[in-house]
Design a protein around this ligand. Structure first.
Ligand SMILES: Cc1ncc(COP(=O)(O)O)c(C=O)c1O
Length: 410
């Protein structure tokens, strides 16, 4: 390998598009003296532009991606013990809101090639207690939302799209976040655009929109006649400081997505034909927006599998992540041991035994997907040189791992 290169990182200025535009808008917000979004300019403008971009009637900003999921679930208003079908390969922030709202996350298995749920795996997880389906577009690669929505429509239940990692992704021409009843986005540090922490929910449904707006605002209907705190809800508002940064970032989103996709295509071409390595599998009608670029490693072809390749890449300053998350969400203490409210185990105390049966054989795709995936860091600040560096490092080390096996076999 040639000299090592330090890749831009989404954890600092090297890999973020934060600059003068953000500073100007934050300054404007501070000088206005109004930092609450109930009265300021920035969050309102962000919401208007985001709704236009996704092609929906309503978008509301909130405190985080986890808050966005919470807002969505609260808007659906499940009864205690209702089930919400989702994935075990996701951020815990997409699951705890379900439990906070008294519903039970029921895990569908995933396609090991994409780590996304499919219409088939969701169908197998549905029951007469299913109240909603959360479809997560992992790594920015669209799941089969339209097929899953068809299943949901038959039962008259809503689909919530978790698009935290999938800004401007599309499925057969439709914007991800506009296909289901509600879309949820995250503006946390490492996402396509960021304001440190933040979230956005989207919908075309006027009733869901009102409930979401209220849930963000302690259920206080600002601007309506005879207001009251209408139901249990939190203060999940985004501040004007965050909104100002997010508004400036919004203008950079399309450019960030374009560069991420161009670079990903370059890497995919450069990695063609390496024994034991598969590049991202994308449905023909889908547009992947590469929050991360994932490889799948065949451990039979590359001895040591993803951990061995990750260790070799680390010597080249490439910090890849085998497994993405260490274990399926249902193996985490909060769900496995049902650590919720006091000693009540609520809402799991209300669950059907099958809804909380996490036997390994029920999740072959989940375990295989986590075993084989290697997540590469990805960034809109990558140049061709960075992409070629990644490709060279992967090819060189994959070949040397394969050759080790061939030498042993000889
Ligand atoms: C798929 C997914 N859903 C939800 C979340 C929660 O978002 P946040 O970290 O902004 O609370 C994340 C993580 O960032 C995520 O990746």
């Amino acid at each position: 390998m040639a000299d090592t290169i330090i890749l831009p990182s989404d954890q600092d200025a090297s890999g973020r598009s934060l600059g003068d535009e953000e500073i100007a808008l934050v300054t404007q917000a501070i000088r206005s003296g109004t930092l609450t979004s109930t009265k300021g300019f920035a969050v309102k403008e962000l919401e208007k532009r985001f709704a236009e971009m996704i092609g929906v009637e309503y978008a509301y900003a909130c405190a985080s991606g986890s808050a966005a999921i919470h807002v969505a679930v609260a808007a659906i208003n499940p009864e205690p013990g209702d089930e919400i079908v989702t994935t075990a390969i996701t951020d815990m922030g997409a699951l705890t809101p379900i439990m906070y709202q008294g519903a039970i996350p029921v895990f569908a298995d995933v396609d090991p090639a994409t780590l996304n749920v499919t219409a088939e795996t969701v169908d197998a997880a549905l029951s007469d207690r299913t109240r909603a389906i959360v479809v997560t577009h992992l790594f920015g690669n669209p799941a089969q939302t339209k097929a899953i929505k068809a299943l949901a429509d038959k039962r008259g239940i809503p689909v919530i799209e978790d698009a935290a990692q999938a800004f401007m992704a599309r499925e057969s021409g439709s914007e991800i976040g506009s296909i289901g009843a509600i879309g949820c986005f995250s503006l946390q540090q490492g996402k396509h655009i960021t304001c440190g922490e933040g979230g956005i929910v989207t919908t075309n449904d006027v009733a869901l929109a009102r409930r979401m707006r209220l849930f963000i605002n302690k259920a206080w209907p600002y601007g309506e006649a005879g207001p009251d705190h209408e139901f249990i809800a939190l203060n999940y508002r985004m501040t004007e400081l965050q909104g100002a940064v997010a508004l400036a970032q919004f203008d950079k989103l399309a450019g960030n997505v374009r560069i991420r996709r161009l670079n990903a295509d370059r890497l995919t071409q450069a990695l063609a034909g390496i024994n034991g390595i598969a590049t991202p599998q994308i449905a023909p009608d889908a547009e992947h927006v590469y929050w991360k670029y994932c490889l799948r490693i065949d451990p039979d072809a590359l001895p040591g599998g993803p951990p061995a390749l990750a260790a070799a890449l680390k010597d080249e300053n490439i910090l890849s992540a085998p497994r993405y998350i260490q274990k399926p969400a249902f193996e985490c203490a909060v769900i496995r041991d049902q650590r919720t409210f006091g000693n009540s185990r609520f809402p799991f105390s209300l669950a059907r035994p099958e809804a909380v049966d996490y036997s390994r054989e029920r999740f072959p795709g989940t375990y295989a997907g986590l075993r084989d995936v290697l997540v590469l860091p990805w960034n809109e600040r990558y140049t061709n040189e960075h992409v070629d560096y990644l490709a060279d490092a992967i090819r060189t080390h994959a070949n040397s791992l394969t050759n080790t096996v061939l030498e042993v076999a000889e």
